[in-house]
Design a protein around this ligand. Structure first.
Ligand SMILES: Cc1cc2nc3c(=O)[nH]c(=O)nc-3n(C[C@H](O)[C@H](O)[C@H](O)COP(=O)(O)OP(=O)(O)OC[C@H]3O[C@@H](n4cnc5c(N)ncnc54)[C@H](O)[C@@H]3O)c2cc1C
Length: 592
């Protein structure tokens, strides 16, 4: 029997416990946590990937009934004041033009965490205590040294140790894996209730109206010089409105030091007066802050599959795109796949390395987000940057996830190849079409700015896909290139280059770049294999889940029922849901 020790019972530990209990039903899972109250709670906004993962854990019905729907990320781009006396909007607002078929929710983490706690209780052994150290080398299995809350000591042997200790970073400290990040961040946040919601709904906005959802039920993002602000509506346990509100900022760009409520309100008074009124109209429930809170590690997964760093125990995410929990939804199946392979004797260092490469690619993305802080106060650059970033998420990240291909070593390597890290000084511009943006962003005329950041999400997001088996990765990437060509020409067209001879060289270069994208789109569209061949079919590189999308277990009415409902048995033994397991002989082949 496989034994797994989870060191820490925050969000990562709880989600891992639920997932591993489903994917390896005969595993002995032990979760150790001191169970202290009063730790900062973060991670309330989910994205489509996160929710697919939650649904696989049987949480779909629960989310639908107990948490607020989130209709995408909504962005507010601050406009300069218009001519004196002229009524001008304060922001251009970009929100989803309709309801995407894949759901997402804004979580009340207090109630959500309690629900997770109740669901893991029957499946996992809990130890209320603090992990002191892990002995990885002295025996056949790692030994976890624990100081129980009652003062007694205990040693727990486990085949696999998953560090979920968050910022305590147990293993990273012990194994000396700490790595400084290229850029730091700070955050200050709180929950607010009893506020005047009409203030948020009554702002002067330039926006496309839609009739699909209430504009309040999103994650709201506001921008300023070197910072961004979030507002996440959530369901208060006692009824009524409640939001999480906070700021993330780069001290070196914004000039801000550690922040509290007074300083936060001063920034709001200066840059977003309506938000200042919103805060003052409500009652604060709690508050927290992190200063210089980013870090990384030099390694995340042991090549032999003995230990893994999960969630904040390995690296921290900038919360800008609600990516933290979404990546837990990647990492936990990655770890399950490695454990399943290890127990079949088929885990290779190359497989582990490839999955770690996928993780490092997230850090490359974060490097780009670090540079966003330099353009956050520029509505034109920021709006176009987000447009392209979201297009990338829906055409690359979501299909790779829903199809389960991110667990294939070849695909993981492909992602790592597409998203390479640069040193901060040589980081290429993060905004799309930088040569065009130089001209597009040079106006301070309010009307011009509004015209230069049209809401184009209807043309850039595939709102139609909804089933794992209708996701053709190659076709979607081909569409990405086609749409990028379209966007480049739209942006160029806004400069009216034909009427401005000085812009002809620029028009020529940019049209050439668009044609290059169209050529890529046509080639991959006609022969998707060019892109999809990265997926390796050999057992050593394959996901332990077969078919690959089986890592998101079958969903249905069982969601509400017993936590052990419909587990699959991916490596050996009889599949319990009709999903074929990875054949034993295939695994044996991988071993030899
Ligand atoms: C400001 C901010 C906003 C964010 N917003 C979002 C968002 O909207 N959406 C999103 O997806 N992500 C968001 N994230 C990221 C997300 O919150 C994190 O990815 C997630 O909370 C990480 O959870 P964790 O379990 O790894 O760490 P934690 O939640 O910190 O859990 C660590 C656990 O380890 C335990 N522990 C510590 N030491 C020991 C020990 N010695 N022995 C045993 N147990 C120990 C602790 O008691 C704790 O329970 C945000 C992050 C920040 C900083």
């Amino acid at each position: 029997m496989t034994s797994i020790a989870l060191l820490g019972g925050g969000l990562a530990g709880k989600l891992a416990a639920l997932y591993l209990a489903r994917s390896i039903p005969d595993a002995r899972i032990t979760l150790v946590d001191p169970e202290r109250d009063g730790l900062p709670v973060v991670g309330e906004s989910t994205v489509e990937v996160t929710v697919q993962f939650f649904k696989a854990l049987g949480l779909g019905t629960y989310l639908e009934e107990e948490h607020l729907h989130k209709y995408g990320l909504t962005y507010y781009f601050r406009l300069p004041p218009g001519a004196a006396g002229a009524p001008t909007p304060d922001y251009v607002q970009h929100e989803a033009p309709g309801v995407i078929r894949l759901p997402s929710y804004n979580l009340n983490r207090h109630t959500f965490d309690r629900e997770l706690e109740a669901r893991i209780a029957p499946q996992v052994t809990r130890i209320a205590g603090k992990v002191q150290s892990v002995d990885l080398d002295s025996g056949p299995a790692p030994q976890v040294h624990i100081q129980r809350n009652d003062g007694t000591a205990e040693v727990l042997a486990a085949d696999h140790v998953i560090d979920c200790s968050g910022r305590a970073r147990l293993l990273a400290r012990q194994l000396d894996l700490h790595k400084a990040p290229p850029c730091q961040r700070n955050s200050y946040w709180f929950r607010l209730k009893g506020f005047d919601r009409a203030i948020l709904e009554g702002m002067a906005l330039a926006k496309l109206r839609q009739h699909c959802f209430g504009s309040y039920y999103v994650t709201h993002h506001f921008y300023g010089d070197g910072y961004w602000i979030w507002i996440i509506p959530m369901r208060a346990p006692e009824g009524g409105d409640m939001v999480s509100m906070g700021i993330t900022y780069r001290g070196d760009v914004s000039g801000e030091q550690a922040m509290g409520l007074d300083r936060f309100c001063a920034i709001l008074d200066r840059d977003h007066p309506a938000l200042a009124r919103l805060v003052r109209s409500g009652e604060m429930v709690d508050q927290s802050r992190y200063f210089n809170y980013m870090y990384e590690a030099s390694s995340y997964y042991c090549r032999k599959g003995r230990w893994f760093l999960l969630g904040d125990s390995g690296f921290t995410f900038d919360p800008a795109n609600s990516a933290g929990i979404a990546y837990l939804g990647h990492q936990i199946p990655q770890i399950a796949s490695m454990i399943l392979k290890a127990r079949a004797g088929a885990l290779t260092p190359c497989y582990v390395e490839a999955l770690e490469g996928h993780l490092t690619a997230q850090l490359a993305l974060q490097d780009q987000w670090s540079h966003w802080y330099h353009i956050m106060d520029d509505p034109v650059r920021m709006a176009w940057t987000l447009l392209l970033a979201n297009m990338g998420y829906f055409h690359l990240v979501v299909p790779n996830y829903m199809s389960g291909r991110f667990l294939n070593a070849g695909v993981a390597r492909q992602v790592a190849g597409l998203l390479r890290r640069h040193c901060p000084k040589t980081q290429p511009p993060v905004e799309p079409f930088p040569r065009i943006m130089v001209h597009l962003a040079e106006t301070s005329d309010t009307e011009e700015i509004v015209a230069r950041i049209p809401a184009l999400y209807e043309r850039t997001i595939p709102f139609s896909y909804y089933r794992p088996d209708n996701i053709a990765r190659g076709r979607l990437i081909a569409r990405y290139f086609k749409k990028r060509a379209m966007l480049r020409m739209v942006a160029l067209g806004m400069l009216s280059p034909l009427r401005r001879p000085a812009l002809w060289p620029l028009a020529l270069v940019e049209t050439g770049a668009a044609l290059g994208d169209l050529a890529k789109a046509a080639t991959i569209g006609l022969v998707p294999w060019i892109y999809e061949r990265a997926e390796r079919t050999g057992a050593a590189d394959a996901s332990a889940f077969q078919p690959p999308q089986a890592f998101l277990f079958p969903q249905g009415d069982h969601e509400r029922g017993s936590p052990a409902a419909a587990p699959i048995c991916p490596v050996s033994g009889t599949p319990q849901t009709g999903q074929p397991s990875l054949p034993d002989r295939q695994m044996a082949g991988a071993q030899s």
